[in-house]
Ligand binder design. Structure first.
Ligand code: BYC
Length: 477
């Protein structure tokens, strides 16, 4: 393992790829297919643009990235694993205390492959979901940020494909090909997880997605960074470094939209949503409906509240809890219980379940706490403008399709309803066709003059890599 990356290699890497000719050839064979996918499904019309991107150049925490203009097809998608930790052990489950695996334990091959494929599948999916958005960007700064997110999702796909090729032989190579064949939203060959087949039709949706859904990425990657399968743990540790920027883009993106709306409302002294829309900004109830949608579909990504898969992953030592090694317990969980909710007799009630099978629910709860803190920060913009409104996370049971709440009709405040009652109110709670049409009407063209921002979003506080806001973050050539 080297800590800097050799850019002389066709595939930049810090895994001594050059020493494993078979693996190198397999990846070099996959690379043109990846490029084909990028040209077909990557950001529309962007191939010739020079974009001010950061590229991973080492795994050194003090300076792992380099900033400069790059044409995205020339971005150096590479393979980087965080440095090994000497003497690392499996830290949880039935194998706790054994040396961490450097190879796939035969008995766990199938679940491990499935975890890696599921993780890998989300990465190209999100690029596909966002591919049209460059055509309606609110500024060069925002355009650069979405492209940064897109190339790094591409790199995260490379990260999982490396593991598949390196450790899973022929099966792994077939899975790697299939990752380039599924398509977000395709009826016949969709992406694996629900949220990754939903459209991301506009920039409010993009920012909600990067705030809510990329954060599922953070929590899942953090759990996989605890894995007893050391190459997966080290891969995910490095991916988390890049992931932080994606969530920054989401949180500040929504925050800037909320800020702009609140300031425009205060200045014009209007609160009625129609009048707010007349100001050319997105009214707060529409923002709330987008929030309700993205939050609820992302909660589904954590899987069923009670899951034997989750118990197996943990007991085998493949997938830990968030912050596993910092938790003060036995890390085996044979006796422990955890609270899960379900609908009983028209009410949402809590009951204790074996902690092992409730691990998805626990991770979801960890996620909810972090998301709430972000929503609180958005609300400060509204409070500062003196407006009597606040954004709220809907009840956990609202609009769920996976787990105990699937098939139930629960309001954002947690009231269990009949299907008819719920559907009669649906348009108050979730974005309507009219909402989408209005939001998209604001984003009819792109804003590309350096330093200019669309009317519906406030400028950020600072530029990228200490560059000014009027820096030419993207050159169209
Ligand atoms: N949609 O016991 P269950 C990211 C399936 S995001 C459709 O409930 P389990 C990123 C499940 O596959 C992070 N199907 O759940 C973000 C299973 O199928 P089979 C991605 C679903 O297995 C933004 C069945 O239902 N990483 O990185 O305990 C941009 C019953 O399973 C869904 C991971 O997810 C759903 N929402 O947990 C870019 C980590 N939920 O076996 C990137 C790896 C469940 O019956 N994945 N199903 O065919 C996992 O750890 C687990 O697969 C899950 C599900 C947590 C997703």
């Amino acid at each position: 393992m080297t800590s800097t990356v050799d850019y002389g290699d066709r595939i930049p890497n810090n895994v001594d790829l050059g020493r494993d000719r078979v693996l190198q050839r397999a990846l070099e064979h996959w690379q043109p297919a990846y490029m084909g996918w990028w040209f077909d499904m990557g950001p529309t019309g962007s191939q010739a643009y020079d974009v001010y991107l950061r590229t991973a150049i080492s795994v050194d925490p003090e300076g792992w990235a380099n900033f400069g203009y790059v044409k995205m097809p020339d971005y150096r998608w590479g393979i980087f694993l965080a440095p090994p930790v000497a003497g690392r052990e499996v830290n949880f489950g039935a194998n706790k205390g054994r040396p961490a695996w450097q190879d796939v334990p035969g008995e766990y091959r199938s679940p491990l492959r499935r975890i890696i494929v599921t993780q890998g599948d989300t990465e190209p999916a999100s690029v596909e979901q966002q591919r049209m958005l460059g055509m309606s960007c609110p500024s060069l700064y925002d355009l650069r940020n979405i492209y940064q997110v897109n190339v790094e999702e591409g790199r995260h796909l490379w990260a999982m494909v490396y593991l598949l090729h390196r450790y899973f032989g022929r099966d792994g190579r077939e899975e790697a090909e299939a990752l380039l064949e599924r398509r977000s939203g395709d009826e016949d060959n969709p992406r694996i997880l629900g949220a990754f087949n939903e459209p991301t039709p506009d920039w409010l949706a993009f920012y909600m997605f990067t705030f809510f859904t990329d954060r599922d990425g953070k929590f899942q990657l953090s759990s996989l960074a605890e894995s007893g399968f050391d190459p997966l743990a080290r891969t995910c540790r490095f991916m988390l470094t890049e992931e932080a920027h994606h969530m920054f883009v989401g949180e500040t993106g929504v925050g800037r939209i909320v800020q702009r709306t609140a300031e425009a409302m205060a200045e014009a002294k209007v609160e009625n949503p129609d009048q707010v829309r007349d100001l050319g900004v997105i009214d707060l109830p529409t923002i709330q409906r987008y929030l309700n949608f993205h939050y609820s579909v992302t909660l589904d990504l954590f899987g069923s509240d009670v899951s034997s898969n989750a118990a197996t992953y943990f007991t085998s030592g493949l997938k830990g809890r968030f912050g596993e090694t910092k938790i003060d317990d036995d890390h085996v969980l044979d006796e422990a219980t955890y609270g899960v909710s379900e609908v009983v007799g028209g009410n949402v009630v809590n009951r204790d379940a074996p902690a092992l099978s409730a691990l998805n629910e626990r991770l979801r709860d960890d996620y909810i706490a972090e998301v709430q803190a972000g929503v609180d920060r958005w609300n400060r913009h509204i409070a500062r403008a003196g407006l009597p409104f606040s954004l709220k996370l809907p009840h956990k049971a609202f609009h769920r399709a996976i787990g105990n709440f699937a098939g139930h009709y629960v309001s954002p405040s947690g009231d269990v309803m009949s299907k008819e009652e719920w559907q009669a109110r649906r348009n108050r709670w979730l974005p309507t066709e009219k909402d989408y049409a209005f939001v998209q009407s604001l984003m009819a063209g792109r804003v590309v003059e350096p330093g200019k921002f669309a009317n519906w979003i406030a400028p950020p506080r600072t530029g990228i890599n200490a560059r000014p806001l009027d820096f030419e973050y993207v050159r169209f050539n």
